[in-house]
Design a protein around this ligand. Structure first.
Ligand code: TXA
Ligand code: MG
Length: 350
């Protein structure tokens, strides 16, 4: 339920050299069990003291997030990471992965210690740990002196925020403070890698691809470093990161065969494409993968706010450099073809 008691304040913070006074103020709120939204290099997080079950409970309330979906715990380095683990003496393989990818957009899942309450991990014995690169995020964790649990700072199932304005749109009145560090630099959520089994498993594709994780990890005798096939993971359901506007995934080959009624938006990703046969009110093209990643959620928020009846997404080609963007677009949309139940748009087969 939305509480009208909280006044959500914003403080603009330099993303490279954050003002210590602003960080201290944010840490004081976290210390008292409050919520602070802050930028990381991937997306904005909705943070609470990860060692406080009560504070973390407020994250689930504010997001409307099902209690079955675990949160990522953010740390300022290996020592704090160890303090969250059942066995602080991590294997050399784990230490090497931390060394290689932290700080950065990779979350590692390991067996948790009792310091991390069960509510954080949705009852799981494992915890997802990430050391972010963003100076604001790192300064905040250091100022609190404890790990910070933070999912993306959006209402559950909505589009992740890459700007402070996106956070306010979703969570105004539900969070005490938003640290506004401007647009995030990467723009897509971290890669989640499970390290609890014999071999690392990617649970969520992200900015660091499976092949990068594989090729930069030298094989160790007796232990395969191959990345296992991705299993189902909590929070990885289809239509998880969806805009509120009905959004349809349409392959380029099908574009000419469809006609849609109403105010439409067209988002073309990873392709050079001429005009399309149907009229639309907005069109955005994202051609290059790094820029597409950085801008994708901003564009989706923008299109969602444009009072469109529908949005057609033309996905990028099925190539490794586009994998994460295809994954997020797939979750944001449904296929247009073959559906007889589309109210907002009508599919007309030739
Ligand atoms: O880049 C990011 O990862 C951002 C920033 C704020 O760090 N956070 C983020 O959190 O995207 P969230 O809650 O939107 O997604 C976290 C996902 C969960 O949906 C789940 O799939 C996975 O991470 N996860 C977290 N803890 C896990 C665990 N113990 N076991 C398996 N999966 C876990
Ligand atoms: Mg999320």
């Amino acid at each position: 339920m939305r509480s009208s008691l909280i006044q959500t304040r914003s403080i603009v913070v330099d993303p490279e050299r954050p003002d210590p006074a602003a960080i201290k103020e944010a840490a004081t709120i976290l210390e008292a069990g409050g919520l602070v939204a802050f930028p990381t290099e991937t997306v904005y997080g909705l943070g609470a003291d990860a060692t406080s079950a009560g504070a973390v409970g407020r994250i689930f309330q504010a997001k409307g997030r099902p209690p079955s979906n675990p949160l990522i715990v953010h740390v300022d380095g290996a020592d704090m990471a160890r303090s969250c683990l059942a066995d602080p003496n991590v294997s050399p393989e784990v230490a090497r992965l931390w060394d290689r990818w932290w700080p950065g957009p990779v979350t590692f899942v390991l067996e948790k210690s009792s310091r991390i309450p069960d509510v954080v991990t949705a009852g799981s014995r494992t915890v997802g740990l990430r050391m972010p690169r963003s100076p604001i995020a790192l300064a905040l964790i250091q100022a609190l002196g404890r790990p910070i649990a933070a999912p993306s700072a959006n209402r559950s199932t909505g589009v992740s925020p890459t700007r402070a304005e996106h956070v306010r749109k979703d969570l105004d009145g539900l969070v005490e403070l938003i640290l506004d560090g401007g647009p995030t630099s990467i723009g897509l959520e971290s890669t989640v890698v499970d390290l609890t089994g014999q071999i690392p498993r990617v649970l969520r594709v992200g900015p660091i691809t499976e092949s990068e994780l594989r090729t930069r990890d030298e094989p160790t005798p007796g232990r395969s470093t191959a990345i296992a096939e991705r299993p189902a993971s909590p929070g990885q359901a289809r239509v998880h990161y969806a805009p509120r506007t009905p959004t349809y995934w349409v392959e380029p080959a099908d574009l000419g065969r469809v006609a849609l009624r109403g105010r439409g938006g067209l988002l073309v990703v990873g392709r050079r494409m001429g005009s399309v046969a149907w009229s639309h009110d907005r069109r955005i093209d994202l051609e290059e993968p790094v820029e597409a990643a950085r801008r994708l959620y901003d564009v989706l928020h923008d299109l969602e706010d444009s009072r469109l009846d529908f949005l057609v997404v033309v996905p990028p080609p099925a190539e490794p450099e586009w994998e994460t963007i295809r994954d997020r677009l797939w979750r944001a949309s449904r296929p247009l073809e073959g559906t007889g139940s589309i109210e907002e748009a009508t599919l007309i087969e030739e």
